[in-house]
Each structure stands twice: as structure tokens, then as C-alpha cells.
Design a protein around this ligand. Structure first.
Ligand SMILES: Cc1cc2nc3c(=O)[nH]c(=O)nc-3n(C[C@H](O)[C@H](O)[C@H](O)COP(=O)(O)O)c2cc1C
Length: 186
């Protein structure tokens, strides 16, 4: 059994960036999740309900890995359909799971209606004892305090090598050893 793999879904690139950075740091495989439809509106609406379009067959079977890192965005306070469909399909094959999202909601607003805390709760509900840790990378961390008040800025900012520094980098640097250390537990 291999140690670790990163699976991810991303619409506008921030979670692709984060997933690639994680797979580089963890030196592990990475695979994109492809929903059966990539039409954004149906995907977003279905994310609000408890059913989704399903995902296409994966190249790497999650059952072959000790640790799964699942990465993706938050839409409308929901565990988005591609990630939820992944978890529903493979939850019994998952040994242990880290759930990671680059999202719009800040730590302060995580409990608000559209905050990431609800998504973490849903992940825990779905995966029970398999979930080890959930981590948010609020996109506002790469903006100034003033810019963080501007919802348009929040929605239009993408993670990149140019802005991945400071607090968001520190958060990343703390997460990687958490995953690596659990990796060493057989
Ligand atoms: C339609 C839509 C709805 C969103 N709703 C939320 C939300 O409810 N909570 C949140 O934290 N972020 C929300 N976001 C922000 C995204 O989670 C954030 O922009 C994320 O970094 C996008 O990831 P991606 O570039 O990998 O697709 C929303 C973004 C879009 C496009």
C-alpha cells in the first residue's frame, strides 16, 4: 500500500494550485476529480442538495493509499457535489482522510451561513473516524485587511506563486508535517 495521494477538484484554479503544492511537498501522487458533468450551474445547484451527478472513474484507487488528501472549494456553504460524490463513493475504501479547502470564508466567518465550518461538519458526518483533520485556506489571507472587506476581491482572487506567502504559507507549512507525521504511523 502506498502512503499518500492528493485528489482535487477546482473550478477556477486556486485548489489546483494548492493540491499541486501539497503533492510536491508530500512527494506523492495527485489526481483530479472529474464530475460526470462539468456544467457549473447544475453542479452548483446539486451541491445544495444531497445528490450529485457522480464522478468519472479514477486512475488511482483510494483503497491503495494509507492517507487521502482531498482538496476543493466551497460553494454556497456546501460540500460541493464533486467532493461529496467522491466521499460517498469511496468512503469505505478510505483509511484516513485530510480535507483541505481554499475558500472565500475567513476563519472569523467560518460559522456563518456560507462558512467553511459547515462543510467540515458534513465531511465529518460522512466519513466518521476516517477524517483526521480539516484545514481551510481562506483566500483573504493573501489580501490586505482592506481588500478582505471587498467581496468582489475575495471572489476574484486566485492562489498563485506570486501571492502564496505570509500567513497562508505558514498555514501550509504547518499542515504538511501533520500529514507526514500521521504517514509514519502504520
Ligand atoms: C458560485 C460560488 C459560490 C461560492 N460560495 C462560497 C461559500 O459559500 N463559502 C466560501 O467560503 N467560499 C465560497 N466561494 C469562494 C470559493 O470557495 C473560492 O473562490 C475558491 O478559492 C475557488 O476555488 P477554485 O479556484 O479552486 O475553484 C464561492 C465561489 C463561487 C464561484
Amino acid at each position: 500500500m502506498s502512503d499518500c495521494i492528493v485528489y482535487y477538484y477546482s473550478k477556477t484554479g486556486s485548489n489546483t494550485f494548492l493540491a499541486k503544492k501539497l503533492s510536491d511537498a508530500l512527494q506523492c501522487k495527485i489526481e483530479q476529480i472529474h464530475p460526470r458533468t462539468n456544467l457549473f450551474f447544475p453542479l452548483m445547484i446539486l451541491s445544495r442538495f444531497s445528490f450529485g451527478p457522480g464522478i468519472k472513474r479514477l486512475n488511482h484507487d483510494p483503497a491503495n493509499y494509507k492517507t487521502i488528501v482531498l482538496v476543493g472549494p466551497v460553494w454556497m456553504g456546501s460540500l460541493i457535489a464533486p467532493l461529496r460524490d467522491f466521499l460517498k463513493k469511496y468512503k469505505n475504501s478510505i483509511n484516513r482522510l485530510f480535507f483541505v479547502c481554499c475558500c472565500g470564508s475567513s476563519d472569523v466567518k467560518k460559522e456563518d451561513k456560507f462558512g467553511h465550518a459547515h462543510v467540515f461538519e458534513k465531511v465529518r458526518e460522512l466519513t466518521g473516524s476516517r477524517i483526521v483533520h480539516c484545514e481551510a485556506f481562506p483566500i483573504g489571507l493573501v489580501l490586505s485587511e482592506e481588500e478582505q472587506e471587498n467581496s468582489e476581491m475575495i471572489m476574484n482572487t486566485r492562489l498563485s506563486n506570486d501571492n502564496f506567502s505570509g500567513e497562508i504559507q505558514e498555514r501550509f507549512d504547518k499542515l504538511v508535517p501533520k500529514i507526514l507525521n500521521i504517514e509514519s504511523v502504520s
